[in-house]
Design a protein around this ligand. Structure first.
Ligand code: SF4
Ligand code: SF4
Ligand code: SF4
Length: 323
C-alpha cells in the first residue's frame, strides 16, 4: 500500500523555491535501485572533457539545435532579431550565449514545428518538480525505486536541492543524489538526513591529472568522500563511489589501484564502487550546443579491459555495483 501523504504539510516557502532544471527523465533504470525519475539540474563547477551532459554545465538556459531534424522552413531566421542566424542552420554562438538575458529570449524557437531548435533549461519550483516526480509513485514503491537528483552538479544549487530532497522524503519517496563531489562540505551535511542513497565520483586520485581533465583540483572531492562516508553511517544512506573509466586519463591498472587505495584507506562505511565505461553518447549534444567534442578519437574501453579493472578493485576487497 502506498503511504502517500500529499504535499499539504510542506511549507509553502519550500514548495515555491525555484531552481534551474535541464530535464526530468521518467523510468530511469541506471541511477539507483528500481525504477526512478531522474531530475537533471543545471550548473556544474567542473568541465570534464568526457562530460555526456554538456547541456547541464551552464546555469542559464541555452538554445540547442538538432540539424538532422530541421525541415529548412526558415522561421527561426525571421524570428531572431540579433542576426545570429544567417542561413537558418548554424548560429553565431557569441550572440546566442547572451540570449537568456534578453527580453525576447530564444525567439528563434517559437515557430520551430519539428522542435529541432529549442531551449534547454527552465526555471521550476520545487512543487512543479514534485508534481512530475509523484506521477510514478506507485512504480517506485513496487520496484524499490524513487527519485534521483543529478546534473550538472545538484549542489551547485544547494538550497533548491535540499528543498527537493526534503519534499520527496516527506512524501515517502526514496531519494538518491549523483554528485561530482565538488561542493561545500556544509551542503553535504545539510542534505544527508534526506538521502537514501548517494553516488559520488572519484575520477582520479592524481591531483594534477584531475585538474587537467576536469578543470579543478580533486582536493575538496577527496575530503568530501570521507565526509560522506561518515555521514552515510550517521544517517544510514547507501554510499557508492563512482569512477568513469576514461581512456588516457584513468584507465590504467595504476590509476584504478590508486583510486582503490584511497577508498580502502579512508572509507569504512561505503557500500561499494561502480566503474562506468566511457561512451560517446553525449557527442551529439556538443554539436547541438555549437560546441566542439574534444575526445573525438577516443574509443570506449573493451569488456576485457573493464573486467581487468574490476578484478583490481575486487582484489582490494571492494564490493562492485553496476546500476
Ligand atoms: S538564441 Fe537568441 S540570438 Fe541565438 S538565434 Fe535564437 S533568438 Fe537569435
Ligand atoms: S524553425 Fe526549426 S525547422 Fe525551421 S529552419 Fe529553423 S530550425 Fe529548421
Ligand atoms: S561533473 Fe558531471 S556534469 Fe559536471 S562536467 Fe563533469 S561529467 Fe559533466
Amino acid at each position: 500500500m502506498v503511504n502517500y501523504t500529499g504535499n499539504k504539510t510542506i511549507a509553502s516557502e519550500i514548495l515555491n523555491k525555484k531552481g534551474m532544471v535541464s530535464n526530468i527523465e521518467r523510468y530511469a533504470i541506471n541511477d539507483g535501485f528500481g525504477l526512478r525519475t531522474t531530475v537533471f539540474l543545471k550548473g556544474c563547477p567542473l568541465r570534464c572533457k568526457w562530460c555526456s551532459n554538456p547541456e547541464t554545465q551552464k546555469f542559464n538556459c541555452e538554445m540547442v539545435f538538432f540539424e538532422d531534424q530541421c525541415i529548412g522552413c526558415g522561421e527561426c531566421v525571421k524570428l531572431c532579431r540579433y542576426g545570429a542566424l544567417d542561413n537558418g542552420l548554424k548560429a553565431d554562438r557569441s550572440i546566442c550565449d547572451k540570449c537568456y538575458l534578453r527580453e525576447d529570449a530564444f525567439s528563434c524557437t517559437l515557430k520551430c514545428y519539428p522542435q529541432c531548435r529549442k531551449i534547454d533549461g527552465q526555471e521550476m519550483t520545487v512543487k512543479e518538480v514534485f508534481d512530475v516526480v509523484k506521477r510514478d509513485i506507485q512504480f517506485y514503491h513496487l520496484s524499490g525505486g524513487g527519485v534521483t537528483i543529478s546534473g550538472g552538479e545538484p549542489l551547485a544549487q544547494p538550497e533548491f536541492t535540499l528543498n527537493l530532497l526534503q519534499t520527496f522524503k516527506q512524501n515517502y519517496i526514496n531519494t538518491a543524489i549523483e554528485t561530482c563531489g565538488y561542493a561545500r562540505e556544509d551542503d553535504y551535511e545539510a542534505i544527508a538526513p534526506y538521502l537514501d542513497m548517494a553516488f559520488m565520483d572519484l575520477k582520479s586520485a592524481d591531483t594534477v591529472k584531475h585538474e587537467e581533465w576536469t578543470g579543478a583540483s580533486n582536493a575538496s572531492i577527496l575530503n568530501n568522500i570521507i565526509v560522506m562516508d561518515e555521514l552515510s553511517k550517521e544517517y544510514g544512506f547507501d554510499f557508492i563511489i563512482r569512477t568513469p573509466v576514461i581512456p588516457g586519463f584513468n584507465d590504467s591498472a595504476h590509476e584504478i589501484q590508486s583510486i582503490g587505495k584511497f577508498v580502502t584507506e579512508n572509507c569504512k562505511n561505503y557500500k561499494g564502487m561502480e566503474l562506468l565505461p566511457y561512451h560517446k553518447l553525449g557527442r551529439g549534444k556538443y554539436i547541438s550546443l555549437g560546441r566542439i567534442y574534444e575526445l573525438e578519437g577516443l574509443k570506449a574501453p573493451s569488456d576485457e579491459q573493464m573486467n581487468e579493472l574490476h578484478k583490481i578493485l575486487i582484489n582490494m576487497g571492494i564490493n562492485l555495483y553496476q546500476f
